[in-house]
Design a protein around this ligand. Sequence first.
Ligand code: XMP
Length: 521
Amino acid sequence: MANQLCIVLDFGGQYNQLIARRVRECGVYCEIKRFDTPIDEIKAMKPMGIIFTGGPNSVYDESSPHIAKAIFELGIPILGICYGCQLMAYTLGGTVSPCDISEYGMTDTYYDKDCVLFGAVDDLPQKATSWMSHTDFISQVPEGFTVAAHTDNCPTAAMYNKGKKLYAVQFHPEVSHTAGGLGMLDSFLKNVCGFSGDWKMDNFIENTVAELREKIGDKKVILGLSGGVDSSVAAGLLSRAVGKQLTCVFVDQGLMRKGEGDFVEETFTKMFDMNFIRVNAKEHFLEKLKGVTDPEKKRKIIGAEFINVFWDEVRKDDELGFFAQGTIYPDRIESGKGNKAGEGSSDVIKTHHNTVIPEDMLDKFAGVIEPLADLFKDEVRAVGEKLGIPHELVWRQPFPGPGLGVRIIGEITEEKIKILQEADAVFRDEIRKSGIESELKQFFAVLPDVHTVGVMGDHRTYDHLIAIRAITTDDFMTADWARIPYDILARVSNRLCNEVEHVNRVVYDITSKPPGTVEWE
Ligand code: XMP
């Protein structure tokens, strides 16, 4: 059965993916489309509801994204959020004016509970907090609309036209600071649009496995497994769908964390029905990286050799079948941010964002399979848990493609890899024991290629400095260094100097991003 579909029309605001996530939390399948997607295309997708997102613009800017009035005449319920709210008012003949006092952040909001958006949210009082971010406001609603909420400075915090099923809120219901916000979205989806709200991960697994079986038939499938969350979950799904028709190729470049290569191999050979090939290519990579110190060069070599080694393995088979990869939804969508109305008319999709082999090699396969292409990261994790993939893999922190290669400054040598693997393992062990692991988004050790003088027993040492890095972040675009308690840092430092050979000094990286990056190079 086809999914009931909600379309999130993207006008470039910063919370667009969050809106889509919230819609799915309500058990409704949704897809994000650019604001300038042709109306006929939207109509052909047969959505049961449309949500206009916020955006950074003012409706009166010539360059700001606009929408044809015809969208309001399709009979499809629409919810406008923030800029989307103002756009609805403006397009339908209302007036939008600059605020005397802009509202930003938590704002006391007064709701009319006669409006189903608010009336259906049981625990929403008439006065509650909403999250605002606007410098324009609706000074006059279009004909046929009723004001359904206001604040002390904004007379139209929400408006609706019940007969036409058009609803709009100036605030952001998708942000957790808006009391009852999820309930408002849920009410729009269920009470206004009529969604049944039964889109679930269980259905996803069942449907996807059936679709994969049909598409693959009796052909073979090759998947490049990195040990990261996405490729692991894709492997789990494909294994359930076609078992031994699947071959996972795991290229171990020798730059994984301590014990990680063995863990990946053990998980996929013992727990899943598939062919698993581990290519131990450490020597090959070390040879290629010999004497190279420039960070960009190192990255390029690691990337290129990864493809070479993978392809050398894959082409041994003369019947290639399908090529599978763990592309996820955020890899595919491109926000409308900064795009001007009329620039391009359909989704710009980065189809092969995660592709590990170049496009001309892809042509040699029967086709590409991306079983996670419609899912967000946390949904991928939920699928992984349901498939029984170990917690450690499903909740793995991001680990860069070039592995420890981006954490070893200067030339990469076997000795340096060993020191860093040991140091990283000690740091991770201590963080795990300290109970603060869940507060950190990423933490790791770095080998900066700096030697310093120290003293051990009666001996002078001249050995490696280890840097440790731990960050908190929402999206990895910006990050702050984690305020790890001193006593934990002290234990880490002691253990690193005592337990890891050739380490005699430890520093903690207290640089946020920007100006720093998460990784050191
Ligand atoms: P930066 O260092 O750019 O890192 O602040 C942001 C996030 O991206 C990860 N990262 C990578 N991930 N391939 C990846 O798959 C890479 O080449 C790469 N470089 C950095 C980094 O670990 C952090 O989570």
